[in-house]
Design a protein around this ligand. Structure first.
Ligand code: FAQ
Length: 312
C-alpha cells in the first residue's frame, strides 16, 4: 500500500544509496518510470543493431567483419540483459515488444539515421557508443539494483565498441583524400544525432525531476552531454576531423561551447518522422515474426523436459 510511511522509508533508502531490489516495496510511479526508461533502453540496443548489421557483409576485410559481427552481437546481448532486468518489474517481454511495434514505446532517436558508407561504422562506434558510455557510466549508480548491475557489464563491452569505431575513423584519416572525405562526411552525419542522444535540455525534460529525486538518473541530460562534447572534440581534432559547428570554442575552464541542437529535428524524429523510423520498426517486426517458431520450439522443449523430470 502506498502510505506515507512506505514512501518515507523508500526515499530514505534511496538517499542512503541502498539499491532497490525487485521484491522490495516501491511506489507505482517509480516502477512505471523504470519500465519506461529501461524498456526504451533495451529497444535502443536491439534497434541499434540495424544500421551496423547493414555493413557486416560489406566490411572491407575479414578482420573488420569479425569485429563488427562481435560488436553487433554484443548490442543484441545488451538488449537481452535489459529486457530481463525490466521483466523483474512485473512486465512481460511480449508486452514490451508489443508497445514498441505499436509506437507506444520509444527508442533512441539516433538509430533512425542511415549508414550509407563504411565510415558510418566508425562514426557509430566512436560517437554513438561513446555517448552511450557517458550516459551508462552514470547509470551504473542508478538506484534500481538489476538496472545498475546490467550497466556495469554493458559499459565494459561499450568501451571496446567505442575504440573499434575510433580505430576505423583514425585509419580512414590516414588514408587517401577520398577516405578522409568519407570519414569527415560520416562524422558530420552522426555528430548532431549523437548530441541528441542525451535528450532535451534540462529545463525541457519532464522526466528529470522524479528521475533525479529517485536517483534513477544520477546526472542531468545537459551535464552528460557536456561531458561527451568535452571528451570527443579533442579526439576528433587529434585525427584531423573538423567539428561540424562554426561556433564551437574552447573556454578557459577547459570545456567547449557549442551551437544549440536543432530541436525541431529531434522532436520530429522522435515523433516517427526521421529518415529510417518506418524501416527500423518494419524490420524489427518482421524479425520478431520470423523468430516466432524458435520461441515456440524453446517453450515446447522446456515443457517436455519438465514432464520428463516429473516422470523420473
Ligand atoms: N531518443 O524527460 P526526458 C546505445 C524522450 S543505447 C528518443 O529527458 P528521460 C547502445 C524521452 O523518452 C542508447 N527519445 O526523458 C548502442 C521522453 O519521452 P517519454 C539508449 C528520447 O527519460 C550503440 C521525452 O523524450 N540509451 O546507444 C531521447 O528522463 C550503438 C522527454 O525526455 C538509453 O536509453 C532520445 N535521444 O531522459 C546500440 C539510456 N531523449 O518516454 C547499438 C537510458 C529523450 O516520456 C549501436 N535512458 N527522449 O515518452 C536515459 O538515460 C534517458 O531515458 C534519456 C532521456 C536521457 C534518453
Amino acid at each position: 500500500m502506498e502510505n506515507a510511511k512506505n514512501l518515507e522509508e523508500f526515499q530514505a533508502k534511496i538517499d542512503a544509496e541502498i539499491k532497490i531490489e525487485p521484491k522490495d516495496w516501491m511506489p507505482e510511479e517509480y516502477r512505471q518510470h523504470l519500465i519506461r526508461q529501461m524498456s526504451q533502453h533495451a529497444h535502443s540496443e536491439v534497434i541499434g543493431m540495424q544500421p551496423e548489421g547493414n555493413w557486416i557483409t560489406r566490411s572491407p576485410s575479414l578482420r573488420a567483419r569479425k569485429i563488427l559481427m562481435a560488436k553487433v552481437q554484443d548490442e543484441g546481448g545488451h538488449g537481452l540483459y535489459l529486457y530481463c532486468a525490466t521483466e523483474t518489474l512485473g512486465v512481460s517481454r511480449e508486452q514490451l515488444i508489443k508497445w514498441l511495434h505499436e509506437g507506444k514505446a520509444k527508442y533512441a532517436s539516433v538509430f533512425n539515421y542511415p549508414s550509407p558508407t563504411w565510415a558510418d561504422m566508425g562514426a557509430i562506434g566512436w560517437l554513438v557508443d561513446g555517448a552511450a558510455i557517458v550516459n551508462q557510466v552514470s547509470l551504473q549508480r542508478t538506484s534500481y539494483g538489476p538496472y545498475s548491475r546490467a550497466m556495469v557489464r554493458i559499459c565494459k563491452e561499450e568501451s571496446f565498441h567505442q575504440r573499434q569505431g575510433y580505430e576505423i575513423m583514425a585509419t580512414l584519416m590516414e588514408g587517401t583524400a577520398e577516405q578522409k572525405k568519407m570519414a569527415q562526411e560520416a562524422f558530420e552525419r552522426w555528430w548532431w544525432p549523437s548530441l541528441m542522444m542525451f535528450g532535451p535540455h534540462d529545463g525541457d525534460s519532464p522526466r528529470s525531476s522524479n528521475a533525479m529525486k529517485w536517483k534513477i538518473k544520477r546526472e542531468t541530460n545537459d551535464d552528460l552531454r557536456q561531458q561527451f562534447i568535452d571528451k570527443t572534440i579533442p579526439q576528433a581534432e587529434l585525427i584531423g576531423l573538423k567539428i561540424p559547428d562554426a561556433n564551437y570554442k574552447l573556454l578557459e575552464n577547459g570545456s567547449y561551447e557549442t551551437s544549440d541542437i536543432d530541436w525541431d529535428e529531434f522532436w520530429n524524429v522522435i515523433k516517427g518522422n526521421g529518415p529510417c523510423n518506418t524501416q527500423r520498426i518494419k524490420q524489427h517486426a518482421a524479425a520478431h515474426d520470423n523468430g516466432q517458431w524458435v520461441r515456440e520450439a524453446a517453450i515446447a522443449y522446456n515443457e517436455k523436459k519438465e514432464q520428463q523430470l516429473k516422470l523420473a
